[in-house]
Design a protein around this ligand. Structure first.
Ligand SMILES: [Zn+2]
Length: 230
């Protein structure tokens, strides 16, 4: 009698053990932890960056002055303009650089445009078989204090700029923010010149749809973008 009881107990233990093992392995099977490689296709870019994105300062200034805010002196002022300016911060669509000569505020139309660019860029990468990367915003609204400090560094490089009107932001074409897999699956890098081509396609389409003006800046390694909608 005793022996039979022990056998039953052993059987139950074994059953429990095998059930545990099965569920552990089933759990592992769901997560593919092999490196996620790129499978690039349909990447065309644009034929000539400077020619495709040649919207000059004067043209951008006209719309900036028409739909933007009046230039402001300081960050304190921007913080009090909640209805006219949207505070922008890193989200799932874009990253914001550590800003040294500007503050993270845009008029609502420009903030929406920035979000659209970031989202379209991620969608395009997925459609073209490339691992996700976020755009990086490198310059946003410049106060008069920022402009003064910039002028001290390099007088000639700072003409009257659309960055003073909250309509304009810069996006790097050289640096991107790689999105890591939340479960730790290794993701193959995407070369920055490939990412630049995809970003160029996104911007070309939005520009053609009359959503924005875009200037390709070589020295500053960015696209200088002004919204056409407030
Ligand atoms: Zn700029």
């Amino acid at each position: 009698m005793k022996k039979k009881e022990n056998t039953n107990r052993l059987f139950l233990l074994l059953l429990l053990f095998s059930l545990t093992l099965t569920s552990v392995f089933a759990g592992c099977k769901k997560k593919d932890m092999t490196p996620k490689l790129n499978n690039p296709h349909n990447i065309h870019g644009v034929a000539n960056f400077s020619r495709t994105f040649g919207d000059r300062n004067q043209k951008q200034m006209e719309i900036a002055q028409a739909i933007g805010i009046s230039p402001i002196a300081s960050r304190q002022k921007a913080e009090k303009m909640a209805t006219q300016l949207t505070h922008i911060e890193e989200n799932e669509h874009y990253s914001v650089d550590s800003l040294t000569h500007s503050i993270p505020y845009l008029i609502p139309g420009a903030a929406r445009l920035l979000d659209t660019i970031g989202q379209n860029f991620l969608d395009s990468l997925a459609a073209k078989g490339l691992n996700p990367n976020k755009i990086i915003v490198t310059s946003v609204l410049r106060t008069e204090n920022d402009v003064k400090r910039l002028r001290r560094h390099n007088y000639n490089a700072v003409p009257l700029s659309t960055h003073s009107y909250g309509t304009t932001f810069d996006i790097s074409w050289k640096r991107f923010d790689k999105v890591e897999d939340p479960d730790g699956r290794p993701m193959e890098d995407v070369r920055s010149d490939t990412l630049k081509l995809v970003l160029a396609e996104v911007l070309r389409d939005l520009r053609q749809a009359e959503k924005c003006y875009v200037k390709y800046e070589i020295r500053q390694a960015c696209f200088h973008i002004t919204t056409r909608q407030n």
